[in-house]
Structures are given as structure tokens and as C-alpha cells.
Design a protein around this ligand. Structure first.
Ligand code: SF4
Length: 310
């Protein structure tokens, strides 16, 4: 019986070619991508230990130290990200009833030889019912609604309702954590501050640097206003709730989707889509493959094989 993780299906549905590169574990050499994947794995493990311990800081730190023995990642960066996460959310979570973390669920899809596998990052109860939470360690905070039609998240909701049969289930909470911390804005050659709004900065850090360098604050009023208006740039939560009808539709189409993902003869989808531009580390490899270039050579010179998750 073939085991297919909900993430694998999600990857194939988004881009078959990308999913094959991912299955090979290919990550671009000397880029943030390779580090990011293992950072995601470490982040998931640390948050699982943190919630499993009843939200104890020392459990999180022990988990972080343990992962240092498992592979390379930016320890200091992730430590700061996780400590900021705790200070951001701990107070609003103290009353949560943690039910389980990192729980694997398996479902045999009817009419196929496939077992659908899902790993629940966290299931917890709060005053209004039970929620499942999916952690994502990301380089860009998602847009609202970006995950609304995501197969993976719908699959978690369906498995929680129909396989785990969680009583009083309310929905799924997307929990995105940007693997970055706020830093002061860049200083340009002319001594002024860069006003690029894509920088990972904060109003406090901009104002502190203006004061330190004795700059004219008025020149930066618009920049400061834009950064302030952006609000939270490092953490994002969104509740995803699906109706009974949507869940029935999901169930009805599940065998077709599973068969589609499992059919090797379907050509790899290579039409440029929003994922190519936004976040695909395989663009150059994909172009080489599309134009009949030397894929093997490019894989060995520009990529490494890494295990990990976002
Ligand atoms: S560049 Fe686009 S088509 Fe190519 S692998 Fe990436 S997502 Fe798929």
C-alpha cells in the first residue's frame, strides 16, 4: 500500500515538476532555501516540544539544543524567532488545553491503493471549541485567504472530522512564522537610511537609528508611516473554517485527486504560475529541463540534497 502525505499531494496539485524536485530533496546550494527547509523542521520540532510540555520555555530551549546535533541551521536566528513568538502569543494561550502535538493520522482512500497520511502539528481546546493548528515557517507572510483552497489544510480538517472524529471541532488555524527578526534599516552610502519598505524593520528601530545618526526625522515620516501601517510582519494567524458541504465535496473528489497524483504518465505541469515568481527555487532548473538542457549537470552543480519541511 502506498503512503501519500497530504503535503505530497498538495505539492503535486500545485506543480508536478516542483513536487518531483522536492521529492528528490533538491535544494539550491548556497542560498537561503537549503537552510530554510531544515529551519522549518527544527521550528516544527521546537514548537511541538513547547506545546507538549504545557508551554514551558525550557522545553523549547532543550529542543533547540537537541536539533543542533541533528544538522546545520542558524541557531541564533531561530532562537530569537521562537522567543519573539512566545512573547507574542504566550499570554493569550495560557488557558489552552493542549490535546496533542505531532500526531500522525492514516486513512485508506477508497478505490485506491493509497493511504493518505496527515501529521497534525497541534490540536488544542479553547473556550469556543477545539482547533487544529498548522505551523508554517515562511520567508514571506501569506496574504489573507491565500490558503483558503489549499488541499493540505482542507485534508487536515477532513481527517480531523472524519477519522479522528474530534468532538466540538471548530476549524483550522494557520500559524505562519516568518524566519526573520526585525533589524535596523540599511544605511546608504550617502549616510541616509534606505526607505525600502520590504526591509525586516520596525518603527522603533528606524527611530532609534535616526536619533543615533542625528538624521532629519521629517525625511522619513512617510517611510515610518508605511512601516507602522504594515502592522505585524513576522507572525500571521488565520482561522480556516469549512462548511459540511465543502467537506463532502472534498471527500467526493479525494480518490480522483489521489489517482491524479499517483499517475506517473501525466506530463509535468510547467506553465508559469504565481508560484514560479513568488517562491520557486527551481526556476533555473525548470527552464533547463523545459528547453532540453543538461538537467543532471545542473542538479549536481547548483543543488544539494536536504531533508526538511516548511
Ligand atoms: S518554476 Fe514554476 S513550473 Fe517550474 S518547477 Fe517551479 S513552480 Fe513549477
Amino acid at each position: 500500500m502506498l503512503r501519500l502525505h497530504v503535503t505530497d499531494i498538495d505539492n503535486v496539485l500545485r506543480c508536478r515538476r516542483k513536487s518531483e524536485y522536492q521529492k528528490e530533496g533538491l535544494r539550491k546550494k548556497e542560498s537561503a532555501f537549503a537552510d530554510r527547509m531544515f529551519t522549518g523542521t527544527v521550528g516544527h520540532y521546537c514548537l511541538a516540544e513547547y506545546y507538549r510540555s504545557g508551554m514551558k520555555l525550557n522545553a523549547l530551549m532543550q529542543a533547540l539544543d537537541h536539533m543542533q546535533t541533528q544538522g546545520e541551521f542558524d541557531y541564533e536566528l531561530l532562537k530569537q524567532v521562537l522567543l519573539r513568538y512566545i512573547s507574542r502569543y504566550h499570554q493569550q494561550e495560557v488557558d489552552y488545553d493542549i490535546l496533542f502535538t505531532e500526531q500522525e493520522v492514516v486513512y485508506k482512500v477508497p478505490g485506491t491503493n493509497v493511504q493518505l497520511v496527515g501529521t497534525f502539528d497541534l490540536v488544542y481546546g479553547k473556550a469556543n471549541g477545539v482547533w487544529i493548528r498548522d505551523h508554517k515557517f515562511v520567508s514571506n507572510i501569506p496574504e489573507p485567504g491565500e490558503y483558503d483552497f489549499n488541499f493540505q489544510l482542507k485534508a487536515y480538517l477532513w481527517l480531523a472530522r472524519n477519522v479522528l472524529q474530534i468532538p466540538k471541532l471548530r476549524g483550522l488555524e494557520l500559524n505562519a512564522v516568518k524566519t526573520a527578526v526585525p533589524v535596523p534599516p540599511n544605511i546608504l552610502k550617502n549616510g541616509e537610511l534606505s526607505q525600502n519598505v520590504a526591509q525586516n524593520t520596525s518603527v522603533e528601530l528606524i527611530e532609534a537609528l535616526i536619533a543615533e545618526l542625528n538624521l532629519d526625522r521629517n525625511k522619513y515620516a512617510g517611510f515610518i508611516e508605511t512601516i507602522a501601517a504594515k502592522g505585524e510582519q513576522f507572525f500571521y494567524r488565520e482561522d480556516i473554517i469549512k462548511s459540511r458541504k465543502e467537506m463532502e465535496e472534498f471527500e467526493a473528489y479525494l480518490p480522483y485527486k489521489v489517482r491524479y497524483c499517483n499517475t506517473k504518465t501525466i506530463p509535468k505541469f510547467t506553465t508559469e504560475n504565481y508560484m514560479c515568481k513568488r517562491d520557486c527555487e527551481y526556476r533555473s532548473l525548470c527552464r533547463v529541463e523545459s528547453t532540453g538542457g543538461n538537467v543532471k549537470l545542473m542538479k549536481t552543480t547548483e543543488y544539494v540534497v536536504v531533508e526538511g519541511r516548511e
